[in-house]
Design a protein around this ligand. Structure first.
Ligand code: NAD
Ligand code: MG
Length: 393
């Protein structure tokens, strides 16, 4: 029996994880879950899963859930704040931690899980973007296991040789090829991008995801963050990570070997596949995912990414090459800009402009401790808000 903590249980990845877990009650049990604000959903989930712990961000939300669970006769302990999140990430009853909070808030509990030597199922790519060096060092130091959930990285992981999951002479891996659908605006005339709405940006052609990551897919900042994520996961220099547009989202990513072999992982686009893969690793279990009908798909196509249409992708490569806190600054400015876009305060193309200007204004330094990373994160958020205010004035 694998005891699982789901951080971000009320989200899209959280729901897919619960779906897979409930298909295999003989293998998995949810012993802890966390959520930000949706108290009704938390009460419903806790009543169904009867975890030992539930963590809420705010004190009043925690109180409301505590009362509701007590009324139902449940003995679940309700924790709160970042301390509560970290407590469930390192709880002795927990074997595996699904890290599926959105944004920088996912980093501290992921680090706590690494320090406790847990098996970490990492959906929260921001952890690696912000503090990839620190997180990988903690994973190694505490013999934790880090399995990627992001579909591209899970695909790469599956295509990597057993003797070493990284790029380089020892593994014979020459290049990682991340596929990208190109999002909803792949063919939209560039001059129309300034006026697209949040709902249009969130209407992803192949994947059904949370709103923040959906906007990131539309700007291709998501792929940029994934390039940085791949750098840390697979020890891949920026020049060994390429992006290829593949609108059908059938190939989830590829690995190129020095002998010219290119291995691809394919499947119906459904996050339950990487989740099931990581949950059961190294075994395989049913994920409830429909079979891939290649004949029905007919054609798979590939294009080079257009860095003028998707300037956020170039920005992310730049931040990765700059190193240190530059990726944390990129990520923070992007979170602020995307929130402003979703709120109707800035246009779609304002996202790139805000992130680019913030990257120019905020000096970056070595990312040698968590305090430095979070200071860069805060400073970038402040600067991004100033940049946005000036743009909207
Ligand atoms: P979502 O918005 O659907 O859910 C986010 C979850 O995080 C919710 O449970 C919410 O309660 C919690 N949360 C939000 N803000 C929080 C905060 N400040 N503190 C604590 N908890 C907070 O997001 P999602 O689409 O499930 O994505 C989760 C993560 O997985 C993201 O890092 C995303 O990049 C990554 N990811 C998602 C997908 C996908 O298909 N949805 C694919 C690959 C990677
Ligand atoms: Mg992805």
């Amino acid at each position: 029996m694998q005891n699982i903590a789901i951080l971000g249980a009320t989200g899209s990845i959280g729901a897919s994880t619960i779906d897979v877990v409930l298909r295999h009650p003989d293998r998995f049990r949810v012993v802890a879950l966390s959520a930000h604000s949706q108290t009704d959903k938390v009460v419903e989930l806790a009543s169904r899963l009867e975890p030992l712990y539930v963590a809420l961000t705010g004190a009043s939300e925690a109180r409301a859930v505590r009362t509701a669970l007590a009324e139902r006769g449940l003995r679940t302990e309700v924790l709160e704040g970042s301390a509560g999140l970290e407590q469930i990430a390192r709880a002795p009853e927990v074997d595996s931690v699904m890290s599926a909070i959105v944004g920088a808030a996912g980093l501290p509990p992921t680090l706590a899980a690494a320090r406790a030597g847990k098996k970490i199922l990492l959906a929260n790519k921001e952890s690696l973007v912000l503090a990839g060096g620190l997180l990988m060092a903690e994973v190694a130091a505490h013999a934790a296991t880090l399995l990627p959930i992001d579909s591209e990285h899970n695909a790469v992981f599956q295509c990597m040789p057993v003797q070493g999951c990284h790029v380089g002479a020892a593994s014979g891996v020459r290049r990682v090829l991340l596929t990208a659908s190109g999002g909803p605006f792949r063919n939209t005339p560039v001059q129309e991008l300034a006026n697209v709405t949040p709902d249009q940006a969130c209407a992803h052609p192949n994947w059904n995801m949370g709103r923040k990551i959906s906007v990131d897919s539309a700007t291709m900042m998501n792929k940029g963050l994934e390039v940085i994520e791949a750098h840390w996961l697979f020890d891949a220099p920026p020049d060994c990570i390429d992006v290829v547009i593949h609108p059908q989202s059938v190939i989830h990513s590829m690995v190129e070997y020095v002998d010219g072999s290119v291995l691809a992982q394919m499947g119906t686009p459904d996050m339950r596949t990487p989740i099931a893969c990581a949950l059961a690793w190294p075994q395989r279990i049913d994920a409830g995912v429909s079979m891939l009908d290649l004949a029905a798909k007919g054609t798979l196509t590939f294009e080079r990414p257009d860095f003028e249409r998707f300037p956020c992708l170039g920005l992310a490569y730049m931040a990765l090459r700059a190193g240190g806190t530059a990726p944390a600054i990129l990520n923070a400015a992007n979170e602020v800009a995307v929130a402003a876009f979703l709120h109707g305060d800035v246009g779609f193309t304002g996202i790139y402009a805000t992130v680019a200007e913030t990257l120019e204004r905020v000096p970056h330094e070595a990312a040698d401790c968590l305090e430095t990373v979070f200071a860069a994160d805060r400073s970038a958020r402040e600067t991004a808000r100033t940049v946005l205010a000036a743009r909207c004035a």
